[in-house]
Design a protein around this ligand. Sequence first.
Ligand code: NAG
Ligand code: NAG
Ligand code: NAG
Ligand code: NAG
Ligand code: NAG
Ligand code: NAG
Length: 679
Amino acid sequence: MKFLFFLLQLLLVQFVHSQVNFTYNGFKHADLSCDGDAYLRSDGIMAITNDKPKLIGHAYYPSALQFMPNQNKGNKSSVVTFSTNFVFSINPKYPEIGGHGLTFVLLSTKQPQECRLNQYLGLPNDTSMETYSTRALAVEFDVVQNLEFMDINDNHVGIDISSLISNISKPAAYFIGNTTMSINLKSGSPFHAWIDYNNQEMLLNVTVAPLGILKPQKPLITLPIDLSTVINEYMYIGFTASTGLLSASHNILGWSFSFGGKAQDLDPSDLPSLDKSVKVIHSKGFIVGISLATVTLVILIVLGATHIIHHFRNEDDIMEDWEVEYGARRFKYSDLVAATRGFGEKHLIGSGGFGRVYKGVIPDTGLEVAIKRIAQDSRQGMREFVAEITSMGRLRHRNLVQLHGWCRRQDELHLIYDYVPNGSLDHLLFENPQQKKKLLTWEKRYNILVGVAQALLYLHEECDQIVVHRDVKPSNVLIDADLNAKLGDFGLARTYDHGLHPQTTHIVGTLGYLAPELTKTGKATTRTDVYGYGALMLELVSGRRPIEPQKNPDELVLVDWVRDLHSRGKILHAVDPTLDEYNQYEAEVVLSLGLLCSHPLADHRPSMRCVVQVLLGDASIPQLPFDIHQEAAGVITDYSMIYDKSCNPPSDGASSSQSTSFTGFDKKLVGTQVSRATF
Ligand SMILES: *[C@@H]1O[C@H](CO)[C@@H](O)[C@H](O)[C@H]1NC(C)=O
Ligand SMILES: *[C@@H]1O[C@H](CO)[C@@H](O)[C@H](O)[C@H]1NC(C)=O
Ligand SMILES: *[C@@H]1O[C@H](CO)[C@@H](O)[C@H](O)[C@H]1NC(C)=O
Ligand SMILES: *[C@@H]1O[C@H](CO)[C@@H](O)[C@H](O)[C@H]1NC(C)=O
Ligand SMILES: *[C@@H]1O[C@H](CO)[C@@H](O)[C@H](O)[C@H]1NC(C)=O
Ligand SMILES: *[C@@H]1O[C@H](CO)[C@@H](O)[C@H](O)[C@H]1NC(C)=O
């Protein structure tokens, strides 16, 4: 017995070190403990997770390290000086949607309980961390903005002490002299990170830079902290990462650690190399920007600002000078209150990202209307906005929801539209299976697609200004009693005179309908509308949403899935299984056209004129290869040739030929932007 005890002690001593220095340029011969989904690859890369969904991985130095060898000595921190640096890469399956990040962690146990995936980065849940049953000090390299943890953006570095709410965080960047160079953590490229703690200064520094750059002088983060208050005497060190439904592979290429001084730097030429080729080809196919969180934030801000006031005061109907200009279309607030019985819940027919919608009957005229309330917190922006909105009132097309007028009351704007009885396409398609089956037959779906296409063609080419809708999606398509489509919600749109060059940027829209270039340039164009329309086409034919997180990874993103089916000659597998009958030829046309419209490269998308011509059978669908490999290699460069042959020139002479609308006409439009910061 005594002997056993002695042996145990010996083992314990063996596994506890205070003076450890190690350097791994690659992990080929490394002795590390991996658990969960982490493993050491034969090429020497330490994979914390691969890009499968719902994984958690941990990799630690095998023994606990003694961070506080001589407690209570004078007034300096009893945590010894330490230093580490490592090279990592985060490679999301869908780079622009992101994945989840990874951490470098000091953990008080090797078997933390209740580790969670998704946004929890593979760390134990916050409850257990608060009780200090598990203590953790993590440096996170996070690529998702979680409002829950008050993350600053979707590309940040932070220090987390026993909580996923960072004590300090900064957008990922490094400094050259006084210049800030930002970096994109989810680019899949390798980055070098340095973490240093000095027990005299009691500063914890974090520095990150692209691999190959010498350690920048100035750290990204400096946190003054006495670590002895937040860690135990013995801590395990290592890495954690997790994936959720959106996945990313998290790799560590090299790692060096030292107590007492600067850790030896890693040698880039000794590190195993990441083979990115497979990845790049896959990700080319589909890129969606703006994180879901950002969209949610915008929605929350707008909704949060919306408040309902039941009593109306006299001042409401006093117009400011500038409002008189638009007076003709101005409704009285009292009429709206009467029409909706004080904006009662019974009259609420919807609420979306940009306000609540009420149904009402205007007392004098008996006009059935839908009233949209939008909170607008800047009076100045209001003026511009009203001007813009009222100019929309001049737009008339049978497939557009007609705007009758507007009403401003303090900081609230009310837009009065035609009431459209069957609600939104989104609602019909996803929320009411019986109605969907009854109403959304193949014929009707086709008709709806033609209607929306004609509305967009009108906005893009046929009215006296170019109007970019900016938010084409099923929830903005209303269905009237005869099941005709009416495109609505110009709250996000903004008009431009033909030929005007608009400037700056503000992205608003919805994940899944946003064209990739929009997320890079922030410039909405007719081409970005075409992209949204393409997503809508695929959605209406397949009866599923553009991104369905509960689907397995191959089917997660609708456009990728349909493209894959197309390349295997099985495009009709994408047709909504709840459709009893459909026209195979038409379905093939619509799906192929949907893929074309959703092309990641803007120049390769057809114009709405071309789309309408194809849908009406006036032109044949351009036969295009969907071979992403070829596109990546630049084999196909000039698509306009193909479109020229397929689509006829417009008959009205508004733009002289199809090729003009592809090149000259649209060049003017590049950069048609929208909206101010409050929207
Ligand atoms: C303790 O702090 C004082 C000043 O705050 C300093 O003069 C002294 O050198 C410190 N002692 C140690 C052991 O760091
Ligand atoms: C965290 O873990 C504890 C057990 O350690 C569990 O009771 C609790 O429900 C977990 N919290 C969350 C939010 O999952
Ligand atoms: C770090 O954050 C945690 C949780 O917010 C808090 O309890 C702790 O006091 C913070 N520590 C420091 C040193 O700021
Ligand atoms: C950087 O900024 C500091 C203070 O703002 C200044 O003193 C220094 O000269 C600047 N260095 C360079 C290289 O511009
Ligand atoms: C941390 O950074 C600060 C500058 O922000 C520097 O003065 C300090 O020496 C650094 N400490 C370590 C341990 O690198
Ligand atoms: C570890 O490295 C530091 C600085 O590089 C050095 O001062 C220390 O002696 C080393 N310790 C061991 C055990 O090699």
